[in-house]
Structure formats: C-alpha cells, structure tokens
Design a protein around this ligand. Structure first.
Ligand SMILES: NC(=O)c1ccc[n+]([C@@H]2O[C@H](COP(=O)([O-])OP(=O)(O)OC[C@H]3O[C@@H](n4cnc5c(N)ncnc54)[C@H](OP(=O)(O)O)[C@@H]3O)[C@@H](O)[C@H]2O)c1
Length: 444
C-alpha cells in the first residue's frame, strides 16, 4: 500500500500533543535506560523545538517513519507520517535527511522481542543509514550542510530525517552510493572487528563463514580476501553458491542438504583456524569441534532461534539447551579460544571511528564493496523482512525512505533470480496470513 493512501477508520491519525518542555528523544532516552553507556548511540527523531515561538511562526516538519508498534509478525512494523515542530539541534548534533537504511537480522529479532538492546515499542528500528546533512548544531566543525554521510546508531534510523551526534556520522566517498553507504556500518564493522581485532587474521589461515551469502557473510568474505592465501569455507543455500564463489568463498557448502562438518573435514581433515558463528546452539558445538589447535571460535549471533516471522519458543529452547558448555580446564587442554562479539555493546567511540576509517579506505582501494541484494521503499518493509526470513537475500537488503513511485515495477533485486526451492511450508503459509500495512498520518 502506498504512503499516500487515505488511512482507514481504525488508522485514524492521532493528534500530536505539544509538551511544555521537550522530552528526551524517545529512542535515545529508552536506550539510555537499557544501557547508560550507550545513550548517545541512538539516532533520534527530530526533537520538538522549545515551544517559545508563537504557533503561527513555528515551522513544522513532516516525515515518514517505520515504527515497531509491538512484538510479533510483519504487521507490527507500520509506516507512519509524523508531523512536529522543526528540530532544535543541540551542540554537536546534525540533522540528516536519510536516503537509504540497512535491514539487519537484528531487526527481525527485534520485531519478535528477542533483541535486548532495542527499547520497548513503540520504537523506530534501524541501526544504520546514509543521507545528506540538512543542518548542523553549534560546535560542529567537521561536518557541513550538504555533506553526504553514513550514520551509525543503536536504533531510530528507519525514518526520513534523524538527529544524530556528528561523531556518529562519517563522510561518504564520492563514488559510494547511498545504498552502499547504508550497507557498511553493521555488516562490515562486525566482520572487521571479529577478523582483525579479535582473531588477528593472517596469511594462510582458514575461516568458516556461516550465512556466507548474507550481509555479514559477504562482508567477512571480502575482508578475508584482503589477506593473502586465506581459505574461506562458506555455508549458504545451494542457489547462492555460484555468486558467493565469485565473491571469494573458496568452498561453498550447502548446509541444508549436507553435513558441513563432514564436508569441511573431507577438504581439510585438521579443520579450520577461525569459525565465525552467528547461529548458536548445536552449531557452536560443531564449530568448536572443527577448530584446529590454537584456533578461535567467535560466537556473534543466535539465528537458530528464528524459524519464521513469529517467535518460536521451541527453537529458542533447543538453541539454548544445545549451547556449547565448557570449563576452562577443558579449554586449556584443547588449545582453543572461544570468544563472543556484539557490536551493540561496543561503546568505544574511537575504536568505532578508527575501524570505520579503515573500512572506507578499503572501499576507496576497491578491496571491499557492499553487495546490494535488493532495495525496498518504506511501504514495502514487509517484503524486505520476508526476503530475509525466507533466506532469499544474497548480500544487503536496503530500505528507502522515499515514497515508491506508482509506475515503479518489482522486482528491484539484483538481476540473477534466487530460486529458493527450499522455501519452507511455514514461510508460504505465513505469507497468506500477512497483515496489511498501515499508514498513520499525524495531523497538526
Ligand atoms: N553480534 C553482532 O554484533 C552482530 C552484528 C551483525 C549481525 N550479527 C548476526 O549475524 C548474522 C547475520 O546477520 P545479517 O544481518 O548479515 O543477516 P543475513 O546473513 O543477511 O541473514 C539472512 C540470511 O541468513 C541465512 N540464514 C541462516 N539461518 C537463518 C534463519 N534462521 N532465518 C533466516 N535466514 C537465515 C539465510 O541464507 P542462507 O540460507 O543462504 O545461509 C538468509 O538469507 C545474524 O545471526 C545476526 O544476528 C551479529
């Protein structure tokens, strides 16, 4: 449904109340409550101006936002139009007109109520984006109006305009598209920090990359290829193997029809040096067993908890029950390292910005380039989430705040069709149940 359609009776716009004093931006305030150290990391909706101007003089700002209205299926993410007073920037802040945002697996988890860093609904999700600076606050020296920037955030990026601390924005190289800019922060930072800050990847090593055709998987593969003679084992659905092999995966493995442990042992009987594990449960145990002596397992996700659009308690219990359990004596005798990584809990601003600089340098040298799987306008957010849930994406799924033009035709994904022959019955029935999207307009 298009953003311009009239709201139905149930979707009657709510009158926006003007508070006497501007409240803290909801996303930032809630993030602060969850994790005080992380408070500045959430991009905020433009904050109301102080209310000192007479109403007639006050300029109003309307913008579209994707709001998580509750936990559950696709229908919980709704497109709303917010209208409020023009924002008053604090010192060090910038106002960004967002051109593209990234969809991450974390938002599928967040929608189901499984992402601990996301404030309670209603909340605008989105941890990354790119756009153009429209205004700068006091003390902002190194950003100016008109700059094209990447924005990194704890949440709140899925809206047309955001207010962000200037030091959470990064100038985009000239040749970088907005879609590419939005695809860099989460996927590439995660892959970069795991491979280079934690695992100290060196020439001649071997790496197992799960979900190798996904956002982090493609980033990890490209980064592995920046080091000579690195062998990449990549698990992915069979239909994606040709593409990931072209992208640098040395040995693509179809985890759906084959035992990947056996397949890896056939090629490398001693196992691998590094395992990046975004799956959890039994796969963490398998990853540990696959490590060569002095190898390192990095656990950074629990995708096995997710089986479809709705929360699956059985899958969660199974993943929890099958976790790798170790004692330090056993670890010592095994000569193996086990680590955990979570970008959301990294609050060292300097570390984040120095890693982003290195990534932008690698981009400039042509060593990394985000693979954009598909782009969806805000009103198509259900299709975007479904594409990831149904395991169809190869690379990054992007959300575009700009309203969809009526004549625009689907599909907008990369030319090669993904034959997702393994699509589960559950996924098909979910599609039928899918709730219609709703557009709320908030009037003055
Ligand atoms: N700790 C951190 O800081 C951090 C940061 C970013 C991401 N992550 C984790 O990294 C993983 C990848 O994230 P991403 O955003 O890049 O997503 P993504 O890999 O693009 O996710 C979608 C792909 O993953 C594969 N997949 C495997 N299990 C799946 C499942 N249960 N449901 C849906 N797809 C599944 C599917 O491809 P195939 O079937 O072809 O494999 C699918 O196309 C996630 O576990 C995420 O939580 C962690």
């Amino acid at each position: 449904m298009s953003g311009e359609e009239a709201p139905t009776q149930q979707q009657e716009p709510e009158q926006e109340k003007q508070p006497e004093e501007p409240p803290p931006p909801p996303a930032a305030a809630a993030a602060a409550a969850a994790d005080p150290a992380a408070a500045p990391a959430a991009a905020a909706a433009p904050q109301e101006s102080a209310g000192s101007k007479p109403a007639a003089e006050e300029k109003r700002l309307s913008f579209r936002a994707l709001v998580l209205t509750g936990h559950g299926g696709y229908d919980k993410v709704k497109l709303q139009v917010k209208t409020q007073a023009e924002p008053q920037l604090k010192a060090g802040e910038v106002l960004v007109r967002v051109k593209a945002c990234g969809l991450n697996f974390a938002e599928l988890l967040g929608r189901q109520g499984l992402y601990e860093l996301l404030p309670a609904p209603p909340v605008v999700m989105g941890m990354e984006g790119s756009g153009v600076i429209e205004a700068v606050g006091e003390d902002v020296k190194d950003r100016k109006v008109g700059d094209r920037v990447i924005v990194m955030s704890r949440n709140g990026m899925w809206q047309e305009v955001v207010v962000a601390p200037a030091n959470h924005t990064f100038p985009m190289p000239e040749q970088m598209s907005f879609e590419e800019g939005a695809a860099i922060p989460v996927n590439y930072m995660t892959a970069y920090m795991m491979l280079f800050e934690m695992a100290n990847l060196r020439p001649g090593k071997s790496v197992l990359v799960h979900m190798a055709a996904g956002g982090v998987g493609v980033a990890a593969t490209q980064l592995c290829k920046t080091v000579p003679d690195v062998t990449v084992f990549g698990t992915a659905s069979a239909s994606k193997h040709e593409t990931i092999a072209e992208g640098g995966v040395t040995h693509p493995i179809d985890y759906r029809t084959k035992d990947y442990v056996e397949e890896i042992r056939k090629i490398s009987p001693k196992g691998v040096d590094i395992v990046l594990d975004p799956l959890g449960g039994l796969d963490t145990q398998k990853g540990f067993s696959l490590l060569k002596p002095l190898g390192m397992l990095i656990v950074f996700g629990a995708a096995n908890c997710v089986t479809g659009q709705k929360k699956n308690l059985l899958a969660m219990a199974k993943t929890w029950y099958n976790q790798l359990s170790l004692n330090t004596l056993k670890l010592m005798q095994a000569n193996k390292a086990v680590c955990g990584f979570h970008l959301g809990y990294i609050t060292d601003e300097q570390l984040l910005s120095s890693n982003m600089s290195k990534l932008l340098e690698l981009y400039g040298q042509g060593q990394i380039k985000p693979r954009i799987d598909s782009c969806y306008h805000f009103e198509e957010v259900t299709d975007a989430m479904r594409r990831m849930h149904e395991r169809q994406n190869i690379g990054k799924v992007i959300l575009l705040p700009e309203p969809k033009k009526v004549e625009e035709e689907k599909p907008k994904s990369d030319p090669e069709p993904v034959e997702n022959v393994e699509k589960s019955e559950a996924a098909v029935s979910e599609k039928k149940e899918e709730a219609t999207e709703e557009v709320k307009a908030e009037k003055d």
